[in-house]
Design a protein around this ligand. Structure first.
Ligand code: GLP
Length: 247
């Protein structure tokens, strides 16, 4: 695990976009595993800038997103499909037909999970998986639990996760209680992983993830076992690591 410390969110976003951009330059038909949440928004802005400046071409890129709320249609303004369209896809030359987000509304949830696992395989795996991190160290929507779940699955969200995400909805009652998420094996099979964290609220999760024991109660801790995992975090997110003298 390589940890890159940045002064602030802006520097974090630029560095993350540089790494993603380099993957796309080296492999124009790269499969990008993408993430939602507020953390990657700055990174997506930088990627859009790279495209506008003619440095990045997404025409052959394919994408698979980590997760989607159960019950939300793709045109719901809080669905992760909508998020991806508005924060990235609508502003670069990616072919929307090559972008994938789990469906939140299919009748047969199990079949959807199987379809998504197969899709990732058919694409030849993920070249780079971008991740944010929850305050409880969740990745995608893999919440702390007693075992790592391998494949795409339906999860019941922790109340803390719903509360944290309620800021995007009109009220907490509107935050879905369940979501579909890639599993830990889907994520760990990516050739390269890039985890982003900013702000004091992530300090404990970042410390536990990078330096704590590897356990499903801290889902992101499994990333310590990945051969090519880069963590980019700002000073606030790394503050506990510094305080504990491990960085
Ligand atoms: C959501 C997403 C995660 C994301 C996390 C953190 O729950 N499913 O993929 O990493 O929130 O969000 P934020 O970046 O807004 O702190």
């Amino acid at each position: 695990m390589i940890i890159i410390k940045t002064k602030n969110y802006e520097e974090l976003s630029k560095k993350a976009a540089d790494i993603i951009g380099s993957v796309v330059v080296l492999k124009p038909d790269a499969v990008l595993g993408l993430a939602t949440g507020s953390t990657p928004v700055g990174t997506y802005k930088e990627l859009i800038k790279g495209y506008e400046e003619g440095k990045l071409d997404f025409s052959k890129v394919k994408s698979v997103n980590l997760d989607e709320y159960k019950g939300l249609t793709g045109d719901h303004d809080q669905s992760y499909r909508y998020f991806m369209n508005t924060n990235l896809f609508n502003h670069v030359n990616i072919d929307k037909a090559n972008t994938n987000v789990p469906s939140g509304i299919v009748e047969d949830g199990e079949a959807e999970c199987e379809r998504y696992n197969q899709l990732i395989k058919d694409l030849g795996g993920i070249d780079l998986q971008l991740l944010g991190i929850g305050g409880n160290a969740h990745i995608g929507f893999n919440e702390p639990c007693d075992e790592f779940v391998k494949g795409t699955h339906l999860v019941t969200l922790e109340e803390g996760t719903r509360e944290a995400n309620a800021r995007f909805f009109a009220s907490i009652d509107e935050v879905p209680t369940q979501a579909y998420t890639m599993g830990i094996q889907n994520i760990m099979s990516a050739k390269k992983i890039l985890l982003l964290a900013n702000g004091k609220a992530k300090a404990q999760a970042v410390y536990d993830t990078c330096f704590g024991p590897i356990k499903p109660q801290v889902p992101a801790s499994i990333l310590q076992l990945h051969e090519d995992c880069i963590v980019i975090a700002d000073e606030d997110a790394l503050s506990l690591c510094v305080e504990k003298g491990v960085l």
